[in-house]
Design a protein around this ligand. Structure first.
Ligand SMILES: [Zn+2]
Length: 405
């Protein structure tokens, strides 16, 4: 009988976790779908829906469904807040900036290129650099070296790449840099004939960070913060960058953690920051440390999640080599609970939103998964690639870790 109960219990537990993965996958499928246009600052032709705004609305809707508080609204309605929770030590910023964050972005709206009269496929054969100015050119480019063709007078550079990767830029350069896949252009010709038509303009787009939180049971004025950026590289014309691993996956895991802490509140308040503008230079998180909702010192620890869809080769913990004691705790839990996830650590890196918090002296980590996924900043970063290997274990490891803060 005992054995039977044990088996049933295990099935229930595994069903629960299976459900978590199903939830996380479904959020990734949705946020990385065409409907969200790559969660960037433009919309598809003949549409007014800007991808990042759609994603923001959807995440807020999910937070409300889960039943978490909007931290910004909660703080501004401070009387209501104080009645419920004592925040004696929490020096909320007196003036909470209600205005949205404005982001400058060079939006590439249209792009057509042919070389020696052969049209190239956007995202597969080539990508204009994120800094590309508008250009309407028909003429020759000359061999410069084994990786470049140029037209000095018209300021056009073609660069051959092994792998095409897009990025985001707040500015335009005065020269046009175009990345072409090695498979689509050999470097043997002395001259190539190109037709290049690119429409691009720098625009100012308003976009907000999203802040949710679950009040702590014992120390509500101290916070554990989870963060993940929800922006990605958007679209160029009808081509879009799905950003499934980067970072629909991190957003989905954050929402899953939010669901967990809603039903299992921590002794500290747990906040969930969904940052905008990461791809354009960690703009949303920088804005936050410059306009914090409360004294930054009240953050016990920040854990940033990005690229969470892999995992067969474990996880990387950025700042593990900076905050060694806490990193050791993570390793001990991993052993003691038999999760046995391969865990690597690194020093400081300006590669995601934890960075500004580290710079302000706040204990912060950036966790990303290793293995499984090679797509990065390209049109192949699709939800079908996401494996979420070891997801249950990584999820539980993070929860157990926060119990030790
Ligand atoms: Zn990215």
């Amino acid at each position: 009988m005992k054995k039977f109960v044990f088996i049933i219990w295990n099935i229930i537990i595994s069903l629960n976790y299976a459900q978590d993965i199903v939830y996380v996958q479904s959020i990734c499928n949705e946020l990385a779908s065409r409907e969200y246009a790559g969660r960037g600052y433009t919309s598809f032709p003949n549409s007014k829906d800007i991808g990042i705004h759609k994603a923001e609305k959807r995440i807020i809707q999910e937070i409300q469904k889960i039943g978490a508080y909007d931290l910004k609204k909660y703080i501004t309605k401070s009387n209501h807040f104080k009645k419920r929770i004592s925040f004696e030590n929490l020096n909320f910023t007196n003036k909470i900036n209600p205005s949205e964050l404005s982001i400058n972005t060079n939006n590439i709206l249209k792009s057509n290129i042919s070389i020696n009269d052969k049209p190239l496929l956007l995202g597969i054969d080539y990508l204009p650099d994120a800094t590309c100015p508008p250009i309407d050119f028909s003429g020759e480019l000359e061999y410069y070296d084994s990786l470049h063709y140029i037209n000095q007078e018209k300021k056009i550079i073609i660069q051959l790449e092994k792998k095409l990767m897009h990025s985001a830029s707040p500015i335009q350069e005065d020269f046009a840099l175009i990345h072409i896949h090695q498979k689509s252009l050999s470097s043997k010709e002395k001259k190539i004939f190109c037709k290049i038509k690119i429409d691009a303009k720098v625009e100012k787009i308003f976009s907000d960070n999203i802040y949710a939180f679950i009040p702590g049971t014992q120390y509500p004025d101290s916070f554990i913060v989870f963060s993940a950026h929800y922006d990605h590289l958007g679209n160029i014309d009808t081509t879009y960058f799905p950003g499934a691993n980067d970072n629909a996956s991190g957003v989905a895991v954050l929402l899953d953690l939010l669901r967990y802490f809603k039903t299992h509140p921590h002794r500290y308040s747990v906040a969930f920051y969904f940052f905008t503008g990461e791809e354009i230079g960690l703009v949303g998180s920088q804005y936050y440390v410059e306009h914090p909702l409360f004294d930054l010192k009240r953050i016990k620890c920040l854990i940033n999640l990005d690229l969470m869809g892999g995992g067969s080769e474990g996880i990387m913990v950025v700042n593990g080599k900076i905050f060694e004691k806490d990193f050791q705790k993570l390793e001990t839990i991993n052993k003691e609970k038999n999760f046995n996830i391969p865990i690597k650590s690194r020093g400081k890196a300006q590669n995601s939103d934890h960075y500004w918090f580290t710079e302000r002296g706040i204990k912060s980590f950036f966790i990303y998964t290793l293995g499984d996924i090679t797509a990065y900043h390209d049109t192949q970063d699709v939800p079908q690639n996401l494996k979420f290997n070891n997801y249950e274990k990584i999820f539980r490891l993070i929860i157990e870790w926060t119990n030790n803060f």
